[in-house]
Ligand binder design. Structure first.
Ligand SMILES: Cc1ncc(COP(=O)(O)O)c(C=O)c1O
Length: 391
């Protein structure tokens, strides 16, 4: 059996996606297709490295050494054509902790920070929780594809004296992989108005088909000096519970401020097993990842085809990257509360509420496709049947 076809029970593993779903939906029948992790085993080589490390039996304080930085550098070079220096890297337990640290160390209370909505919900909370203000540059939906309104982007920066922009590339939840042209435009506007770019590229490795991920920092030396990039092997290799990620900052002044912030919070180490997993994944995970991407692409095409053929009430926004599918459910003519209840109680699938990504997500739901085909098929069939009954 193909390793991406095996259905593995995750219930009882303290899984947020599966165990919390029961509490959240109060219904054992609901199929969890929400939080962004995968129902696939991590690559064999990662499991082997972890087992060997566990067998050692001692889990004292551990530091990621230069070898880990070499593996990160190699990965970024081979997968994303980006040459970095080892001393641009700082470690962090996760991208969300990184965003908190970046905001605290590089902006002031009362500052305005730009985000492109609808977007991953913590982008709002990391800004607001430190007394900074969210400024929105809503993405526009044109002919089934999301685009950036660049006039609004610049206008919002000027009007609000924005000091930082948090980019999501590839974008969660709309699935865009921003093109070189789009990235260049954003980078130029930010440089012109002294806006620091924080680029969350946690989904970078998960670009599908002919799409290419371009790290915005790799565009030019100016862009590199103006950008802080947050990366991680955790989405790519399904390691979120091991909490190991890193930040790439070429700008020495910004890196110094950031590292000081981490130190001041007592965060200067990584989880022992997280380091082991990161190293093994970057060293041995490339073929596994290529296979995964084909599976994810075929799942997306399958879901699109079924919705297209069996109901015209749901439109799929094709994801160019990520394993998250943004579903336009507006033609069901339900309020957001009714839509959530419809998916949960009628279809019995646990999707993410579109409105949790911002007002622009009203009428939408997000579906996680990183599961064996049988689970994806089950989820789609449940939704289609509920839509037919609804009519
Ligand atoms: C865009 C984005 N950033 C960050 C995260 C979470 O990162 P971490 O688990 O490293 O904090 C996610 C998880 O879904 C995400 O989609």
């Amino acid at each position: 059996m193909n390793r991406f076809e095996e259905v593995i029970t995750r219930k009882g593993t303290r899984s947020v996606k599966w165990d919390m779903a029961e509490q959240l939906y109060q219904d054992k029948e609901v199929l969890p297709m929400w939080v962004a992790d995968m129902d696939f085993k991590t690559p064999e080589a990662v499991m082997k490295a972890l087992k060997e490390r566990v067998d050692h039996g001692i889990f004292g304080y551990t530091i990621p050494d230069d070898l880990v930085k070499d593996h990160i550098g190699n990965w970024l070079k081979t997968r994303h054509n980006w040459d970095i220096d080892a001393d641009w890297i700082s470690y962090s337990p996760g991208v969300i902790p990184s965003l908190h640290m970046i905001i605290q160390s590089l902006t002031e209370i009362g500052d305005h920070i730009l985000i492109q909505t609808p977007v991953y919900p913590p982008f709002y909370s990391v800004v607001k929780s430190h007394g900074r203000h969210v400024v929105k540059n809503p993405l526009t939906l044109n002919g089934g594809q999301y685009e950036i309104d660049f006039d609004d982007f610049e206008q919002k920066i000027k009007e609000n004296h924005v000091t930082m922009f948090i980019l999501c590339n590839p974008h969660n939840p709309v699935g865009r992989v921003w093109t070189k042209d789009e990235l260049e435009k954003m980078s130029e506007i930010c440089l012109k108005h002294n806006v620091t770019i924080v680029s969350d590229e946690i989904h970078a490795d998960l670009v599908l088909g002919s799409h290419t991920h371009i790290p915005i920092a790799s565009l030019s030396e100016e862009a590199n000096q103006n950008t802080i990039t947050c990366l991680s092997p955790t989405k790519t290799f399904n390691l979120a519970g091991l909490q190991a990620s890193y930040i790439v900052t070429a700008n020495k002044k910004m890196k110094k401020a950031l590292d000081k912030q981490f130190n001041n919070q007592g965060m200067f180490m990584l989880n022992t097993l997280g380091i082991t997993a990161m190293e093994a994944a970057y060293k041995h995970g490339a073929d596994w990842l290529d296979e995964l991407k084909e599976i994810l692409e075929s799942h997306r095409d399958y879901v699109m085809e079924r919705f297209h053929e069996e109901t015209n009430a749901l439109k799929v926004i094709p994801n160019e990257g990520t394993y998250l599918l943004w579903l336009d459910c507006r033609e069901l003519n339900l309020s957001q509360k009714e839509l959530k209840s419809f998916m949960q109680k009628k279809a019995k699938v646990g999707l993410n509420d579109g409105a949790s990504f911002g007002d622009e997500g009203e009428g939408f739901m997000r579906m996680n496709l990183a599961a064996p085909r049988s689970i994806v098929e089950d989820g789609v069939s449940r939704i289609i049947q509920a839509v037919h009954e609804h009519k």
